[in-house]
Design a protein around this ligand. Structure first.
Ligand code: HEC
Ligand code: HEC
Length: 373
């Protein structure tokens, strides 16, 4: 029987909120991926907003999966494994059964995408809190947790990209097999359905119930996050300024934060002030002892910031030079050598010229601003 003889009619399948959800998610995931892969340090703010936006969209979709109109409801595309396998077999033989809403393979993909997105955003919050000491989990997650979450965050991202490729591939496969332009139907909401298929009794959306549920959900998760965010950031010491340190060590250059070198480095630096990077920076013994004690008490080992964790590894050749540590070198190798020569910068050791928060020892990505000249 030639295709042209099959009579069909148009059915409104995707309601407006589902369509807006779909394309907003596409946009946010793209922004998240691009800003995540392009140096995250620069695009951190945008990356975070894409992440928070994704969380909201996913929550919305789950709520809409209960209160949306017929084909948006999760139960209309929850299939048994047997149905999924049967469907894939049919596709393989190029004779898939017609589904008005999501077919079983597509449905499985949606659940997988949502599951991975939840994992990515949660691990992202842990990275932010643990490594960067920012966001609602700054107090709850320590650096180690953040480091572990960073591995999970990037692994899940690779899985997400693979899923996206499969999803798009699946959509184009179905377009070929059914002749139905699925992309268009995700824009205008309509699909052509053969007359032979009887649509189920259509259940309308319950927007009021959805709004109530969203509000409830937002209030519960919002207060949960708020409760977490009242915890002080983990691993930051309360530090009183030491006057000797400020005046003596601030004489020739900016005062470096004590968390930027481990105790052993500070001790050996303080023991050799007469030959300090080619200068004589010697101090009266009493002052030197007091500053050494102060630096020891606040050395890298005592902090749990990203910088402190990283700068504990010093270069064996130059153990008292922050800008020679492997991490420092790795983080700045994309910064052009000429930039360090700019008048407004003044060299590698002038952290403050580019890091507006250098004095706090945090070195947040958002606080980098390179002088133009
Ligand atoms: C007489 C001047 C002078 C005084 C006083 C001085 N320094 Fe320095 N310091 C230098 C010079 C010069 C360098 C090398 C800077 C460069 O490479 O651009 C340096 C470099 C450093 C560095 C390494 C910076 C990097 O790029 O990694 C640290 C850390 C440091 N000083 C700590 C101290 C401390 C702590 C004191 C106080 C006990 C102190 N300095 C006092 C002159 C001084
Ligand atoms: C010319 C400007 C400049 C100077 C001077 C500079 N930095 Fe940086 N720093 C950067 C830039 C840009 C990045 C981000 C590099 C990237 O990841 O693409 C960075 C990254 C970092 C990071 C990593 C931040 C993170 O969370 O990933 C740390 C820590 C850091 N710098 C510490 C220092 C210290 C300590 C000094 C001084 C000894 C210093 N920087 C001097 C420009 C500078």
């Amino acid at each position: 029987m030639p295709d042209t003889e099959i009579k069909d009619h148009k059915v409104k399948v995707w309601d407006l909120p589902t369509r807006i959800f779909h394309w907003s998610l596409v946009a946010l995931v793209m922004i998240g991926l691009i800003t995540g892969f392009l140096s995250p340090e620069w695009w951190m703010g945008v990356h975070l907003w894409a992440g928070y936006g994704t969380v909201l969209l996913v929550i919305f979709r789950l709520v809409w999966g209960i209160f949306g109109s017929e084909y948006s409801r999760l139960e209309t595309f929850t299939f048994t494994p047997r149905e999924v396998i049967a469907h894939i077999r049919e596709v393989f033989f190029l004779r898939p059964t017609h589904y008005i809403g999501h077919n079983p393979a597509g449905a499985l993909m949606i659940f997988a995408l949502i599951f991975i997105l939840v994992g990515i955003t949660l691990s992202g919050l842990l990275v932010l809190g643990g490594e960067e000491n920012q966001g609602p989990l700054a107090g709850a997650a320590n650096y180690q947790v953040g480091d572990l979450a960073a591995g999970i965050h990037s692994t899940l991202t690779v899985i997400l990209m693979a899923l996206i490729v499969f999803h798009v591939f699946g959509v184009f496969t179905e377009i070929r097999l059914s002749g139905e332009n699925l992309i268009k139907s995700m824009i205008d909401g309509y699909k052509r359905v053969p007359d032979s298929i009887k649509p189920p009794t259509h259940r309308d959306a319950r927007p009021l119930a959805a709004i109530t549920a969203m509000t409830g959900f937002a209030m519960i998760s919002g207060s949960l996050l708020w409760a977490f965010s009242t915890m002080p950031p983990s691993g930051l010491l309360k530090m009183t300024e030491n006057e000797d340190f400020q005046t003596e060590c601030g004489d020739c250059h900016e005062v470096y934060h004590p968390s930027l070198l481990p105790r052993a480095s500070w001790t050996s630096m303080m023991a050799s002030l007469d030959d300090h990077f080619g200068e004589d920076a010697s101090l009266p013994p009493k002052t030197a002892i007091a500053i050494t004690a102060y630096l020891s008490a606040h050395a890298a080992e005592e902090w749990d910031t990203e910088a402190a964790n990283r700068f504990r590894n010093v270069s064996p050749e130059a153990p008292i030079q922050i800008s020679a540590t492997p991490y420092w070198v790795r983080k700045h190798n994309e910064v052009d050598a000429d930039i360090f020569k700019r008048k407004g910068v003044g060299g590698k050791s002038h952290c403050k010229s580019c890091h507006q928060d250098a004095a706090s020892g945090r070195f947040d990505d958002q606080n980098i601003k390179i002088p133009k000249e």
